[in-house]
Write a new protein. Structure first.
Lengths: 170, 213, 423
């Protein structure tokens, strides 16, 4: 992990290179995080790869910050194998306009992972070569991992409610 | 220890038995001697029971592993809990050759139509074991993504556990074997009035009606 | 009629894969006798003996050569991440364990490690060593199942029985320490649930004495076997740069020459106390992937020996009663212990708000757990970065241009676990 000072230096360098990108830095439990503006994600990741050496994208995952707005978040976990450094790049998009530029053309590993974020949260990645649902059936409606999507499931049958349930044959 | 066999008073030596068999084949044996020989050497039963006995002792399970329970299903094929000693080691890959579907693992909503289709492709008589908590009921995961097997296909034996020990699955299979031996029409067929389940072919397939048109 | 049209709509959606550029390209070529060739799209799975779980592949073939490959997953999607949001941290551990169902200790460690980082909870040294012992046993077990089923795919059927014989010994050890063969919920936040019983050490030493000999037996059967060499040597290689671009980690990356292993690079849970080597391949073909995993079994045995020899005395779970249950004898005498027990069992411990990503090295690659907590007793978001999910993207790159038989061998060497891919 870059330490607190290193993180601030990276944030400043990024802010100079891509103005308006870095919104916040967070150094929590010895892990470095950067909150960036959603429209700059591809440039920020490219700059981090070019100038700061974070050449591996380990994970792209989504978070639902309900009820705080902007609600949907996407996190990019970057790794520098030479210096064993990790950096998390976070961004947040609102529900009514959940569009982010896809980083798949630069980082092929993001292909299935962005599809999963789309499937589970509804974040639309512009420029993704094949944005379809990956885990749920193709014609499923709704984005399951949002916090306001119901958990679902079958009702647990006890003696008081088992009579009359479908499958009750006695 | 001495083993004393109580015969019905019939012949004891090999030679005598051979002579009796020869007479039987020639048609020379009659009356009490014939009855005695038949009682001693021929097993009589109804055809149904014989067929049931044969069916239950040669189940061909289909290789249908979905999730964690599949690993324990593989363990019953392995040497410690050996399913081959009962005659069930011939796991068939094609459902058309199998007659037992062991639903080992959680059935997701994407997989449920596929499972149903494979079950339909199996030929009668066929049985299904829902192995594990996830396929019998929802198991550990009571959520939007899982379907309990009873909702879309008839299941004969449910084996609880998460995952069930190989011995537990063996107990379930042997219980099914007992069920088949005693009466294969027990349980779900009577309750649901089901005759059989055939594969539903897609709408574009030719039938006798539209073949000539 | 409605149902039928709905079904065909669904089919259209499913078949939304365009083949036309590929078809034109292939149709424009002439084969050796002057005729044209066609592409055939074959659907392998989800029910297929060789797909290692319910993986569906749409393979575009020209003759027997694979031209394109699309994996379709989701057939065992269980909604584990959403279910974990509904349960307290303690109760979410069994749910998370069932994700990658061959490496359950690793799933549990990733989650517990993330929660311990959030809580800033210190895990006692003895617990760390016990964790390492069980993790390495799990690694050996996962590689044994991989070896057995892969050899079965390639036709070497007897390997299946030999590998499962050793696996039963390992599961006996797991049953001795935790009571369950699989999904043992042995790892808890702050340590392990119980100390190892008497007789565990003796049985483990017995196992470790014979294990290297058994791996030698497997090598005798397979390593210089002509059929295995023909099927695995030189098939479907992929260079290190493509693998890194695709985010592949674990034995697949090590087979291509990159010695990236989180146990050495960023040690967690006392891995820095042990000396072991990282097996690394050269070419990155299927044979190297096979050889790397078999060599890893030897190294795991070494780690377990060192951990068992150096096992320190001490508590097996953190002493912080706000996180771990107090020992039962205290409940009879201490009021605070009773209150802690009550709070932990009914509500569970609360975790301060924050987000943390905790990566570890599972038998398939980097397994990371992202936990976001909002201050309550239930996690607000749990995401497992599963290595098989990311490694699966490399299948198309590996198998383009090779025969379909090589595709089956590559799938076996890839070691995909669909439970982790679909979660």
């Amino acid at each position: 992990m870059p330490d607190q000072v290193g993180l601030e230096l990276i944030a400043t360098a990024l802010g100079e290179e891509i103005p308006g990108s870095v919104l916040e830095t967070a150094f929590f439990r010895a892990q470095a995080g950067l909150l960036i503006a959603p429209e700059t994600v591809r440039q920020v990741l490219a700059a981090l790869r070019q100038s700061h050496g974070y050449r591996s994208l380990m994970s792209v995952h989504g978070v639902d910050y309900y009820p705080h707005e902007p609600r949907l978040g996407v996190h990019y976990e970057l790794l520098d194998m030479e210096r064993v450094d990790r950096l998390t790049v976070k961004l947040r998009v609102p529900l009514d306009q959940p569009n982010i530029e896809s980083v798949t053309p630069d980082w092929p590993t993001a292909n299935h992972q962005e599809r999963e974020v789309f499937d589970m949260f509804g974040v639309h990645f512009d420029g993704h070569p094949d944005l379809r649902r990956i885990l749920m059936p193709e014609d499923y409606e709704g984005h399951p991992q949002r916090r306001d999507f119901p958990l679902g499931g079958e009702p647990v049958l006890f003696t008081h409610n088992e009579v009359g349930s479908p499958g009750w044959t006695r | 220890m001495e083993v004393i066999r109580e015969g019905i008073g019939g012949p004891q030596s090999f030679r005598e038995r051979g002579l009796l068999a020869r007479d039987l084949l020639r048609g020379d044996l009659e009356g009490l001697e014939l009855e005695r020989l038949v009682e001693q050497s021929i097993l009589t039963t109804t055809l149904d029971r014989a067929v049931d006995w044969a069916r239950s002792n040669s189940l061909f399970p289909a290789t249908f592993g979905l999730a964690c329970c599949a690993i324990e299903m593989m363990s019953i094929v392995a040497a410690r809990v050996d399913v081959a000693r009962f005659g069930f080691e011939a796991f068939r890959a094609s459902p058309r050759q199998a007659d037992l579907l062991i639903l080992s693992g959680r059935v997701s909503i994407k997989m449920a139509p596929v499972v149903r289709r494979i079950y339909d492709q199996m030929l009668e008589p066929k049985w299904a074991i829902a192995m594990g908590a996830c396929s019998s009921s929802m198991g550990v995961f009571n959520n939007y993504a899982i379907v309990p097997a009873d909702k879309f296909m008839p299941v004969d034996v449910h084996v609880p556990g998460c995952p069930p020990r190989p011995e537990a699955l063996m107990h379930g299979i042997l219980k099914l074997r007992k069920m088949i031996q005693d009466d294969p029409d027990v349980s779900w067929r009577e309750r649901y009035g089901a005759v059989g389940t055939e594969e539903l072919l897609p709408e574009a397939s030719p039938t006798a009606e539209n073949a000539g048109a | 009629m409605d149902e039928v049209s709905a079904r065909s709509e669904y089919r259209k959606l499913e078949e939304s894969i365009t083949l036309s550029p590929l078809e034109e390209q292939v149709a424009s070529q002439r084969d050796f006798s002057g005729g044209t060739t066609e592409v055939l799209t074959l659907n392998i799975g989800p029910h297929h003996p060789a797909t290692h779980g319910v993986l569906r592949l749409l393979v575009t073939l020209e003759g027997e050569v694979v031209r394109d490959l699309r994996p379709i997953i989701g057939y065992v999607h269980t909604g584990i991440e959403k279910t974990a949001e509904d349960k307290a941290y303690w109760k979410a551990i069994p749910v998370i364990e069932r994700m990658d169902y061959l490496s359950y200790y690793f799933n549990a460690l990733a989650f517990c490690g993330a929660v311990e980082t959030l809580l800033e909870c210190e895990v006692p040294k003895r617990a760390q060593y016990l964790r390492v012992i069980h993790l390495e046993l799990n690694r050996i077990m996962s590689h044994l199942v991989w070896l057995g089923t892969s050899a079965l795919d390639l036709g070497a059927m007897s390997m299946f029985w030999y590998c499962f014989r050793e696996r039963e010994m390992i599961l006996d050890l797991f049953e001795q320490s935790s009571g369950q063969r699989m999904h043992t919920r042995y790892f808890q936040v702050g340590g392990v649930i119980e100390d190892i019983p008497l007789g565990f050490e003796a049985k483990l030493r017995e196992f470790m004495a014979i294990m290297p000999g058994r791996v030698d037996q497997y090598n005798d059967l397979l390593k210089r076997n002509e059929i295995l060499l023909q099927r695995l040597r030189g098939t479907c290689p992929l260079d290190e740069q493509s693998l890194l671009a695709l985010g592949v980690t674990g034995p697949l990356l090590r087979a291509s020459g990159n010695p990236w292993d989180l146990r050495k690079a960023a040690p967690y849970s006392s891995y820095e106390d042990f000396s072991f080597k990282i097996p690394v391949g050269t070419v990155g073909d299927n044979y190297d992937r096979y050889a790397v995993r078999v060599a890893e079994i030897y190294e795991s045995v070494k780690i377990i020996e060192q951990a068992l020899d150096g096992l320190p005395e001490g508590p097996f779970i953190t002493e912080d009663r706000k996180i771990a249950l107090p020992p039962r004898h205290e409940l009879a005498t201490s009021m605070e212990a009773l209150i802690h027990h009550f709070k932990l069992v009914t509500e569970g411990f609360r975790v301060p708000p924050g987000e943390v990503y905790y990566p570890i090295e599972s038998p398939r690659g980097e397994l990371g757990c992202f936990v976001r907590s909002d201050g309550s007793a239930k996690p607000a978001r749990v995401h497992m970065r599963d290595p098989s999910f990311v490694n699966l993207q490399a299948t198309a790159a590996m198998t383009r241009g090779s025969y379909i038989a090589d595709l089956i061998a590559t799938l076996a060497m890839l070691d995909p676990i669909l439970g982790g891919i679909d979660r």
